[in-house]
Design a protein around this ligand. Structure first.
Ligand code: SF4
Length: 673
């Protein structure tokens, strides 16, 4: 039996894999893992189905005379290196973009990719952080100087806002919620849908899509109007509170004035606001239901301010900072290229802070050659045409590329446009370290290879081999993942062997609370910033309150319903794993959710086909009638190739600071077909 950690999603739950004659035959959750404690979701339980899947790529493919055909690694690497060199010679290194998808995550493999981009000379490394999670961390960081996560195990009240943690990419084991309830804690969920977690809530606020900003202001109006905030903390640690207070207590922010916009009765708003303010400690989990709107950053900043002024920051049961350890930064062995990355003109804070390009600026750069032409792209573990807004534009861009390389475990939908496809092995066949700060753990955990690769190579080694073929070998001296891990962890004095001997769990520091009391908050003022110095310096509005927050949504007879897209299904991660029969059985076909009476108005019964249309496009899929959604709203989950929700989403409706797209507060029509 070998202990490792799952990578069917980024959470990294503990796994114990049993081998027979060198082949993995069964697995179970590891009770020793500090986060998952033996729990696995259906994807984790299906990890061996991925390992044994007949859909896995068994050899590289390259395109010759228009056709993709299998070749040996040597030929595929030579072909790819030659094509990459040609782009560099003809158009300059900035003409290559490198995209890291969710399939490979945000840690070790990304470091190799960033290093390759740096040595090649392109500023255009970009990742799935352009569309997921990074806006939340930006809102936290602008306001607090760091990222917080809720301390669910010790809290008395948890608000889950815009997240569906039992199904999403950032799940927490359902046990955490049942234990909260068992010890008398309260759960509040804010979501247009009655998700599984919302059905367990003491209060579910079924908000109209995109009205979170108003609801937060309404709650703050109650908290500030009724003198319920933590005065000692706020006086000492919050910058810009007096002005904020004066504005929020104005009558226009009352729950009564917000009711028509949010769809939430004012009594419920007052009750939840008081309950949150009077329960100590309390914490808030922010999901990506908050970041996929036109004003996600200012909305989330309001929620972050609410956490802060209640004195819940970095206290047991509150919202905790869990710092990362200082590791070796392998990403930039050479000076940064002087040419700016894509998106940095419009979204300078995003690009400065992430030290990368904005992925959603890529289609325009390919199609319109603005701000400069992009001719080549490497996609690793991602599928932009399904994941990014405005799918048809993305497809058009992929088709126009002079060279597209895809690195993946299976043939992803976008690999149909590729000139070269390199097979990566599964996570069971590679070594990799992982940090667990999003789970409030000061641990480095270890994804230990269970077997040697049956097909493909570890992603890290694909980049090393490609770099050698390109003549960059001196910058990629690592012969295997083990040596790379030793390099990255060297500042801690920890090695690959240490991780093995410690059972794959290394604790780099102990939990400390109220760390801000030592050195203040890592913001320009050293305090929680309602008024953001950083935003002000970069020419953005430094206040989180937008003057036109109360503006009515753009409603019309042509598009009478709210549309929210992109929810995850528990059995899949974005587009992945639909080819695993056990998981496919759980959600066999694309469905949109619609309230029964609303469906009746359109003459729709369960399972009947309808056409959903927005300003951006239309798709056809079957209706699922459920009273778990607001009557004025429909929802379409993400990742379906034959009914892609992103055919309906626009690429030009974005948050002005993060550049994140509006995927969750759109308008649509429904027509039975
Ligand atoms: S939540 Fe599921 S898919 Fe994600 S790491 Fe845990 S078991 Fe694996």
């Amino acid at each position: 039996m070998i202990s490792t950690i799952c990578r069917m999603c980024p959470q990294g739950c503990g796994l114990e894999v049993t081998l027979e004659n060198g082949t993995p035959v069964s697995l179970k959750g590891s009770k020793d893992h500090p986060y998952s404690k033996g729990w696995l979701c259906p994807k984790g339980r299906a990890a061996l189905d991925l390992f044994h899947s007949p859909h896995r790529l068994s050899s590289p493919l390259i395109r010759k005379e228009g056709e993709l055909g299998s070749v040996e690694w040597e030929e595929a690497l030579n072909f790819s290196a030659e094509r990459l060199q040609r782009l560099r010679d003809l158009y300059g290194p900035q003409s290559l973009a490198i995209y890291q998808g969710e399939g490979i995550g945000h840690q070790e493999i990304k470091y190799y990719m960033k290093r390759f981009a740096n040595v090649y000379g392109t500023p255009n490394f970009m990742g799935v952080g352009s569309i997921c999670n990074a806006a939340r961390t930006m809102a936290d960081t602008i306001t607090l100087g760091g990222v917080t996560k809720p301390d669910i195990a010790n809290t008395h009240l948890l608000i889950i806002w815009g997240a569906n943690p039992f199904a999403s990419n950032e799940p927490f084991p359902p046990k955490e919620i049942s234990q909260l309830k068992k010890r008398g804690g309260k759960l509040v969920v804010v979501d247009p849908r009655r998700t599984e977690v919302a059905s367990k809530a003491d209060v579910h606020l079924a908000i109209k899509p995109g009205r979170d900003e108003i609801l937060i202001l309404n709650m703050l109006h109650v908290i500030l109007g009724e003198d319920l905030w933590d005065k000692e903390f706020t006086e000492k640690w919050v910058n810009g509170f007096r002005r904020f207070h004066e504005t929020v207590v104005e009558d226009r922010y009352s729950p009564e004035n917000g009711e028509a916009l949010t769809g939430i009765p004012s009594d419920s708003v007052r009750q939840v606001a008081r309950s949150y303010a009077k329960t100590k400690p309390a914490c808030i989990s922010m999901g990506n239901g908050l970041e996929h709107h036109s004003f996600g950053i200012s909305t989330m900043r309001l929620l972050v301010i609410m956490k802060a002024i209640m004195g819940n920051l970095d206290v047991p049961g509150g919202d905790l900072f869990t710092p990362r350890p200082k590791l070796k930064d392998m990403t930039t062995p050479l000076p940064e290229p002087s040419i700016p990355p894509l998106g940095s003109e419009e979204f300078r804070l995003f690009c400065q802070w992430r030290k990368e390009a904005r992925a959603l600026s890529l289609p325009k750069a390919i199609l319109e050659e603005e701000p400069y032409p992009i001719k080549g792209l490497i996609i690793a573990g991602g599928n932009p045409s399904l994941e990014w807004p405005n799918s048809s534009q993305t497809r058009e861009a992929l088709e126009k590329l002079e060279f597209l390389m895809v690195i993946d475990v299976v043939r992803s939908p976008d690999s149909q446009y590729a000139d070269a496809i390199l097979p990566a092995c599964t996570f069971l066949e590679r070594d990799e370290h992982q940090m667990n700060v999003y789970q409030n753990l000061h641990n480095i955990t270890f994804r230990r290879r269970v077997v040697e690769p049956a097909h493909g190579l570890p992603d890290q080694m694909i980049w090393v081999k490609l770099a050698h073929k390109m003549g960059f070998g001196e910058y990629f001296p690592w012969q295997n993942c083990e040596e790379g891990i030793d390099h990255i962890l060297s500042p801690l004095g920890v090695t690959y062997r240490d991780l093995v001997s410690k059972g794959g769990i290394y604790e780099y520091e102990k939990r400390r609370y109220k760390k801000y009391e030592d050195q203040g908050f890592p913001t320009p003022s050293g305090k929680v910033e309602i008024y953001s110095e950083r935003l002000n310096r970069l020419g953005y509005d430094p206040s989180p309150i937008r003057e036109d927050a109360h503006q009515k949504a753009d409603e019309s007879d042509q598009f009478p319903l709210h549309l929210t897209t992109g929810g995850n299904l528990l059995c899949y991660l974005h587009w992945q794993f639909r080819y695993i029969p056990k998981l496919r059985k759980m959600a066999p076909e694309p469905l949109f959710e619609i309230y029964p009476n609303t469906a009746l108005q359109y003459g729709l019964s369960e399972g009947e086909m309808a056409e959903i249309q927005t300003k951006n496009g239309k798709i056809q899929l079957k209706a699922h009638l459920t009273d778990d959604i607001r009557p004025d709203t429909i929802h379409i989950p993400q990742g379906w190739e034959d009914a892609c929700a992103n055919e309906l989403t626009p690429s030009d409706d974005t948050d002005p600071i993060s550049g994140f797209p509006n995927l969750k507060s759109l308008r649509c029509s429904v027509r039975k077909i």
